[in-house]
Structure formats: C-alpha cells, structure tokens
Design a binder for this molecule. Structure first.
Ligand code: C2E
Ligand code: MG
Ligand code: MG
Ligand code: MG
Length: 281
C-alpha cells in the first residue's frame, strides 16, 4: 500500500515535470516571435520620495502580451530567456524602448523623471553592454543622468571586472542601483568599491515590516549601511499606510509598491505623473 502511494506520487511528479518542460519549450520558441511581432511592452511603476512627497523615478517592467496565452509575467519567461541567451535581444529592446519613452515624457509632456531599467546578469557581463547603452542614449537623445540601471547582488558578488564595468557605466553618466538587496550575499568590501547611487530593499523584508521586529531590525540595518555609503534607499513592495509610517520612522528615502500604484502602461503613467505633479504644487 505504502509503495503504491509512493508510486502514484512519483507518476504525478513526472507528469508535472513533463508539463513544465513542454511549457518551457513552447515559451522558448514563442519568445523568439515576441520581438518581431511586437508582443513586448514596458509597464511602469512610480517611486515616491518620502522627503519631498514627489515622484522621483519610475521603474520599467516588461510584459509579454501573447495573442493566445494572454499576459505572461516576467517571472515566467525572463529565466527561460536567461537560459537560452535570448535575454540579450530582449534586454537591448528594453533599453532602447525605455530611453525612447523617457525622452518622450520630456518632450511631449514636460515630465523629467529618471527611468530605472532592470539589467540581467548575462546582459551585464556581455561585451556589448556599454555600446548598447551609449547608442540607446544617443538614438533617443536622452541625457544619461535620466537612466538608472538596476543590477542584482549576485552580479556584485562576482569580483574583479564588475567594478571596471560599473565604473565605465558611471563615467557614461548613468546611475547604478542594487535590486532585491538583502536576498544575496554582498561583500561589504566590494559594495564599498562599487560606484552605486541606491539600494533597493527586497520586498520580502517589507511584507511583514509592521508585525516583525526582526524584519524592522534588518531594514534598519540596511538603511544605516546605505546611508553610511551615501546611497539612497528604496523600499520595494510597499502596500500599506502602516508600512509607510514604519519606513518614515526608519529613515527610508523612497518607496515603490502597490500602495502608490501597480505597474501601469505608459499612457496611464503620464496621466498619473501629471495628476501627481498638479497635486503637489
Ligand atoms: P524587480 O525588478 O524586483 O521588480 C519588482 C517586482 O515587484 C515587479 O514584478 C513588481 O510588479 C512587483 N511589485 C511592485 N510592487 C509590489 C507590491 O507592492 N507587492 C508585490 N507583491 N509586488 C510588487 P514583475 O513586474 O512581475 O517583475 C518581476 C521581476 O522580473 C523583476 O523584479 C525583475 O527582476 C524582472 N524583470 C522585469 N522586467 C524586466 C526587464 O525588462 N529586464 C530584466 N532583465 N528583468 C526584468
Ligand atoms: Mg527591479
Ligand atoms: Mg526587486
Ligand atoms: Mg528581481
């Protein structure tokens, strides 16, 4: 009886695995078409400064609008694209599109808001990175200071060349931000050497901020570390007023999350920024 039980579980596992593998293969082949068929779109999530109460940045987050499968979230296809190298083509598209839209906000709507773009590990280490960014800025005529690159801690951990690449990016005039901070294992010695401008505290520490003393202590430590390094701190995944109150008390600089807005399409972002701007004057 026991053995049969195990057997059934085993078969179910195999079927699920098989489905996952099939889904992965399907998505991988569909992904190649997504760029040509214009199925990718950037959504945007605003970031609010707790000191000025103004929106001081927006993060670009990719969405894949598949004609049959609907909207596919990045968590479902970015890892696949990382694996098969297609992330390089996607990453390039994101860079040009983000710069184009940031410039459009300036010229058509007089909104001068820096745009944050997620850069994957493969993209960061690729020899074309600098050229791509330079060309995206040149093509769009966007000033470099309006572009922020979000990289993850795992990138910063890989010592050596990381500092050189980061320094070249800094010399271009773009800003560097560490995403999902606290989930990897950054070396403090290394963090000190990187030309960063901000740390983004991972949303897993924000989620239980109000209830958990431990999470509050962790967030407090990250803020203190960041400020000692002269970096701004962004809290990700802020959903409630109580979390904001807590973050103000802890000295956090910037918040991002559903409380303010979910990621929204470009046209909606423009409306939100205009509304917010009008309100804060
Ligand atoms: P991330 O860069 O850490 O982005 C933040 C994620 O948290 C986004 O998920 C956002 O929608 C979500 N989020 C924002 N506020 C809240 C909140 O209050 N509560 C909760 N529960 N979640 C919130 P999304 O858009 O699904 O993106 C997931 C990840 O996919 C991103 O994490 C980033 O690592 C990656 N990604 C997204 N766009 C791109 C891209 O253009 N290029 C690359 N390489 N990666 C991307
Ligand atoms: Mg990010
Ligand atoms: Mg993050
Ligand atoms: Mg992330």
């Amino acid at each position: 009886f026991h053995a049969k039980d195990v057997g059934v579980t085993y078969i179910i596992d195999e079927v699920n695995k098989d489905n996952d593998a099939k889904k992965k293969i399907l998505l991988a082949s569909e992904l190649k078409k997504s760029l040509i068929d214009n199925q990718l779109e950037l959504y945007f999530q605003p970031q609010l400064s707790l000191s000025s109460n103004g929106i001081i940045g927006v993060e670009a987050l990719i969405r894949w609008k598949h004609p049959k499968l609907g909207i596919i979230p990045p968590a479902d296809f970015i890892p696949i694209a990382e694996e098969n190298g297609f992330i390089l083509a996607i990453g390039k598209w994101v860079m040009y599109e983000a710069c184009r839209l940031a410039k459009q906000m300036q010229t058509e709507h007089h909104l001068f808001v820096p745009i944050s773009v997620n850069v994957s590990a493969k993209q960061f280490w690729h020899h074309e990175l600098l050229d791509t960014i330079q060309d995206a800025l040149q093509t769009s005529q966007l000033e470099a200071r309006y572009l922020v690159l979000e990289i993850t801690e795992s990138i910063t951990m890989k010592a050596g060349q990381g500092i050189q690449i980061s320094t070249q990016l800094q010399q271009l005039g773009v800003k560097l931000s560490i995403d999902d901070f606290g989930t990897g294992f950054s070396s403090f010695a290394y963090l000190k050497k990187l030309p960063l401008s901000e740390l983004k505290i991972d949303k897993s520490f924000i989620q239980d901020l109000v209830e958990s003393k431990t999470d509050r202590d962790i967030v407090q430590s990250i803020i203190s570390l960041a400020h000692h390094l002269q970096l701004d701190v962004v809290a990700e995944g802020v959903e409630t007023e109580q979390q904001i109150a807590c973050l103000i008390e802890l000295g956090c600089d910037i918040i991002q999350g559903y409380y303010l807005s979910r990621p929204i399409p470009f046209e909606q972002l423009v409306e939100l920024l205009k509304r917010h701007h009008a309100q804060s004057i």
